[in-house]
Design a protein around this ligand. Sequence first.
Ligand SMILES: Cc1cc2nc3c(=O)[nH]c(=O)nc-3n(C[C@H](O)[C@H](O)[C@H](O)COP(=O)(O)OP(=O)(O)OC[C@H]3O[C@@H](n4cnc5c(N)ncnc54)[C@H](O)[C@@H]3O)c2cc1C
Length: 410
Amino acid sequence: MAHVLVVGAGIAGDTLALLMERDGWRVTVAEIAPALRTGGQTVDLRGDSREVLERAGLLRQALDCLVEQRGAAWIDARERRLAEMPVEAFDGRGYVSREELLRTDLARIIHEATGPGVTHRFGETVQALKDTEAGVRARFSNGAQETFDLVVGADGAHSKVRALRFGPEENYRKPLGLAHAWFTLTERPGTPSLDGWFLTHNAPGRRGVEARPGHPGQQEVGLTFAADTLPSRHEREAQFALLERTFAGVGWRTTEFLAAARQADDFALDTFDQVHVPCWNTGRIVLLGDSAWCASPLSGLGTALALRGAAELAAALRAAGAPGDTSQTPAALASFEQAMRPRTASAQQLPPGRIASMAPKSALGIRVNALAMRALQSKAARPLVRRAFADSEHGRTSDPKAEPRTSPAL
Ligand SMILES: Cc1cc2nc3c(=O)[nH]c(=O)nc-3n(C[C@H](O)[C@H](O)[C@H](O)COP(=O)(O)OP(=O)(O)OC[C@H]3O[C@@H](n4cnc5c(N)ncnc54)[C@H](O)[C@@H]3O)c2cc1C
């Protein structure tokens, strides 16, 4: 039976594992984390996300996990509203949509749908990948070696597969000038309620503090600031110290959030980067998801592209006769890239002002941003914005100016 190694059990990796198992592949997934990773904010169920989940038979489960939200509001340091955008503003399909679920839940739903043909190896990664006559020889971190008909690097923006076979990260990483910390805050007696609102407080100097509803009794917190490089993931104390320095005096609930970050199991800090890789495959090794094309969380399309990419890759392999015949695998990888490349290139074109509006530089910029949010909902602008949202319904589309994207058949 043809055997594929998928490196990374994220949205892209597990979706591909599920689809390839259904096509008759034997699938091994190597995930570096000791268990399925949790955490992350909400993703919505429009466009590609909805379509791929529906075809995979998982839409119902995703819809059962929706987060109750009333809208987004921009607030000052004393929690006075500068602007708000209720969910209803654009028929439930605007900046905050009626159908959003936590990334954690989506990852779990996909993961649990994989069957006995998929073996997950947690706490495992690849150390070397070598082409041989028989396939790709992988050496794992536990020293074991095994040969696969195909290896897929679905191991995120800091991909090891990419580093091993395509070159160092700095060749492909395009920093966008911002960094973001995110984690789950567990409510305690006295924790202020969000009452269903996704609140953002921006402070001058490109600093943003946000909290949005999560699972009942939890809030998803984000801290955004200007940075291109960060302390390494292993230097936790240096990461917290950087956040505490950067967000000193910002007001609102920032002090509470900084303390909660230290208690959170799912705390993560990373830069907002894009990944530009000129060719995603070499022989029988291919990159998928953020490792190949990360458009950054600012695009709002990471999950939608991951789901669509997994579906396109599975479809290309199927069309090439795999898993029965894997002789055409390299051609299938090329046709997968041809199908996905225009979408990812489009997603990477962030609209002008996107970065500035996420984290304005000055007090004036913060006021202008709030005014813009109000103006978008004016009677005159509403039909245009509504149409832009409808046209761009491919994953989380947090920017009304995002381009429309069409859906090729899977
Ligand atoms: C825990 C988590 C929370 C996130 N939260 C948000 C969010 O709030 N907002 C947002 O816009 N995006 C978020 N993202 C990113 C978002 O999930 C992706 O942009 C998108 O879903 C594309 O998914 P992906 O599968 O390509 O990459 P990812 O979702 O990043 O998944 C990659 C997987 O590969 C694993 N991995 C990494 N290195 C290795 C290695 N060397 N060997 C084996 N496995 C490896 C990771 O642990 C992870 O499970 C988050 C990602 C993760 C992992």
